[in-house]
Design a protein around this ligand. Structure first.
Ligand SMILES: Cc1cc2nc3c(=O)[nH]c(=O)nc-3n(C[C@H](O)[C@H](O)[C@H](O)COP(=O)(O)O)c2cc1C
Length: 205
């Protein structure tokens, strides 16, 4: 393992007790130098594979690349500048996408939901293995579609950076270092988004 490897644990003030796997997950921007093996990666994809999906259509698709490979460099190049500035240190990058249509040719309104469940499974499996998953909306989906020959019927949704928790926050620019070392995670209170009856828009955002 590299020098200055710091594993940051974040304070997560839950209102009810949840399983440690969920409580301890967070989205870092530095990672340990420890490589993720192909077998480990396929374990993560296997966890995703067994997610529920509407009509078992499994509309998810994933492109992956390991640092040092051509696929990795091509994925990195599709991220926006902000995400490239830190994700370039991650040992593995992914692009996620979903098939937009049903076998009938009509729109599959639940495909994005299913991809989310896939990534939820993958993220939980990764957490169990000590691997951090940082999802990124900041990917140029048109560029990715061109770069990887993705047909029009698929929508590129996110880039994802993966790596074992660790690494040195000192390598980050000051603003990101501050976020990385912020001790506490936060969430809206349940009253803002959980309703036992009529919908009430109490959320501030
Ligand atoms: C769909 C999605 C898109 C995201 N996009 C980005 C991104 O482009 N860049 C980034 O640095 N973080 C991104 N994030 C990470 C979120 O900012 C992070 O999950 C959120 O602040 C909560 O922090 P936590 O995951 O550490 O609990 C994204 C997360 C999700 C789920």
């Amino acid at each position: 393992m590299e020098k200055n490897n710091i594993i940051i644990k974040k304070e997560t003030p839950t209102d009810y007790n949840i399983i440690p796997l969920l409580k301890e997950r967070w989205s870092p921007r530095v990672f340990s130098d420890l490589p993720i093996s192909e077998a480990d990666l396929h374990t993560l994809f296997e966890a995703g594979r067994w997610a529920a999906s509407s009509n078992n259509l499994q509309p998810w698709r994933i492109i992956w690349g390991v640092k040092g490979s051509k696929a990795y460099d091509r994925l990195l190049n599709c991220l926006d500048d902000f995400n490239q500035s830190w994700a370039k240190n991650a040992p593995v990058l992914l692009a996620t996408m979903f098939k937009k249509t049903l076998p009938s040719g009509k729109e599959n309104f639940h495909a994005l939901h299913d991809l989310g469940l896939f990534m939820g499974n993958l993220t939980a499996q990764a957490q169990h293995m000590g691997i951090a998953v940082h999802h990124m909306a900041g990917i140029n989906y048109k560029k990715a579609a061109e770069e990887f020959n993705i047909p029009d019927d698929f929508h590129v949704t996110t880039g994802v950076a993966l790596g074992y928790y660790g690494g040195n926050p000192e390598v980050l620019p000051d603003d990101l270092k501050k976020m990385e070392t912020q001790p506490e995670r936060s969430r809206k209170p349940q009253e803002e988004f959980i309703f036992n009856g009529n919908f009430t828009d109490r959320a501030k955002i």
